[in-house]
Design a protein around this ligand. Structure first.
Ligand code: NOJ
Length: 494
């Protein structure tokens, strides 16, 4: 049976296990003192102002206008209007008590054509944003690229063009020169699996292409080369090179053992690094960047589609990093099969799920993921995203009660605490997301925010989970040991 199923009332994979172990520890959760409790967003999902102040179009601006591309024909032309309301949003972060804010820069807002002339008004927006964050004692964490690729560069071949790595280096140079006086934590790219896999192979994300497999792998190769060039740029140009932390953020695909038995743990460990399909896979996207080689099983699967590249590429791709960013939402369960190979075990019928159907609630991913990744790559980890989409609504009392999100975060954070306790170095946790926002092809259907956004009038209302997370942050994670009584009705004064 699933971990935890036998221990109590709730059959959530990994959950009861966490509660029993973490709950047993006296003195509270083992989060380090300087732990970066944070929230995350991405430029295209919150900013709006899609064609304002000289911003150039991104592939998402074009894709979202295509009939049938986005749920209900939604667009991010306005999104959360964060471009204009950023001060209000930073006030919310301050009220929440976060130590750090992970945001991304819109490449075509600062470089409308992707390269060449920069846009002073676009740069000014991020400059004001950074100043406001510092004024409020919030550490900025800048993701250089979170999917909104300049349309002008896409027209020149995008990631298929070998020059794309140099374009990315030019863009990074601009950010380093303008902002490294105020930003010390950087991520080069967010979830390359998605902007290459979903965007260029499956065609469900912008730009909506369905490339040949060989082309898709070439685009992936160039994206990883671009990452490495950006790391080199930051090392060379950041104002305070010593204090600068550079990382890479992946859509971590977690395999967790079905039971605590060593044979199932081994099965999950083998599964998490095996390459079946290249898109939804860890090693293909991390081994070149962190170990300087493509995984052998992946090369075998690619066969004749394997990209041809310069022999020096792999050495260049492997640039020393300060941390690995993991976006963790869910796990698949594995056990040792009768043939000795890892066997995936689907969740039982009716198993708890997020509003977004791809997310079964599997708290154990927050233990096993960090543990397996640390064992293989030996880098400090940051949980750069974690969160739950629910169908939130304003209740008759004017509040947004989201017990599912609270329960989800509670279980996941207990598992993270357990990983830290077992020696995995984790530097921070960024809840996805501060605000309900534009969830890509799902438009505004999925609400991931700790703050509810009424997209008709841009009114923000903190949800119950906002107050709950506030308490977690204020107590340095100790409140995770307390029982939760639902609903949480305390209202945060702004
Ligand atoms: C991963 C992506 O980085 C983010 O943009 C997205 O909204 C969340 N996961 C939720 O799907």
């Amino acid at each position: 049976m699933f971990l935890g199923a036998s221990a109590g009332s709730v059959a959530l994979a990994g959950a009861a296990h966490a509660a029993s172990k973490a709950g047993a520890s006296k003195g509270g959760a083992p989060f380090p003192k300087d732990f970066a409790w944070g929230v995350a967003t991405a430029a295209y999902q919150v900013e709006g102002a899609a064609a304002e102040d000289g911003k150039g179009p991104s592939v998402w601006d074009v894709f979202s206008k295509k009939k049938g591309a986005i749920f209900d024909g939604n667009t991010a032309d306005v999104a959360c209007d964060h471009y204009h309301l950023y001060k209000q949003d930073i006030a919310l972060m301050k009220a929440l008590g976060v130590k750090s804010y992970r945001f991304s820069v819109s490449w075509p807002r600062v470089l409308p054509d992707g390269v060449g002339a920069s846009n002073p008004k676009g740069l000014d927006f991020y400059s004001r944003l950074l100043d406001e964050l510092h004024k409020n004692g919030i550490e900025p964490f800048c993701t250089i690229f979170h999917w909104d690729y300049p349309q002008a560069l896409y027209k020149k071949g995008g990631w298929l063009n070998r020059d794309s790595a140099e374009w990315f280096a030019e863009y990074t140079t601009l950010l380093a020169d303008k902002f490294s006086d105020r930003v010390q934590i950087w991520a080069t790219q967010n979830e390359p699996q998605c902007f290459i896999g979903l965007g260029l192979l499956d065609g469900v994300n912008a730009p909506g292409d369905k490339l040949k497999y060989s082309e898709y792998l070439t685009a992936a190769h160039n994206a990883m080369r671009a990452h490495a060039k950006a790391v080199q740029v930051l090392r060379a140009r950041a104002k305070d090179a010593k204090a600068t932390k550079v990382g890479y953020v992946v859509a971590a695909q977690i395999a967790q053992p079905l039971t605590d038995k060593a044979e199932d743990v081994d099965a999950a460990r083998a599964a998490i690094f095996a390459v079946g399909r290249h898109e939804w896979n860890n090693s293909w996207w991390m081994d070149p960047v962190l170990l300087g080689k493509y995984p052998e099983d992946g090369v075998a699967v690619a066969g004749k589609d394997m990209p041809k590249f310069k022999p020096t590429d792999l050495d260049e791709m492997k640039q020393p990093l300060d941390y690995l960013g993991l976006n963790i939402y869910k796990a698949d369960n594995y056990k040792r099969g009768v043939d000795g190979k890892p066997e995936q075990v689907p969740v039982p019928p009716g198993y708890p799920r997020a509003g977004s159907d791809w997310e079964p609630i599997t708290p154990g991913c927050m233990y096993w993921g960090p543990r397996f990744f640390f064992d293989r790559y030996k880098l400090p980890l940051s949980i750069t995203e974690n969160g739950l989409a629910t169908r939130d609504q304003v209740c008759l009392d004017g509040k947004i009660h989201d017990p599912q999100r609270i329960d989800y975060m509670h279980r996941y954070l207990l598992e993270l605490a357990r990983a830290i306790k077992d020696g995995v170095p984790v530097t921070g946790y960024y809840a996805w997301s501060l605000l309900d926002n534009f969830e890509w092809a799902d438009g505004y259907k999925q609400r991931f925010g700790l703050v509810y956004v009424d997209f008709q009038n841009q009114k923000r209302v903190p949800k119950d989970s906002f107050d709950w997370y506030k308490k977690v942050i204020a107590s340095g994670g100790r409140s995770l040991q307390e029982k939760v009584a639902f609903p949480v009705t305390q209202v945060t004064p702004l």
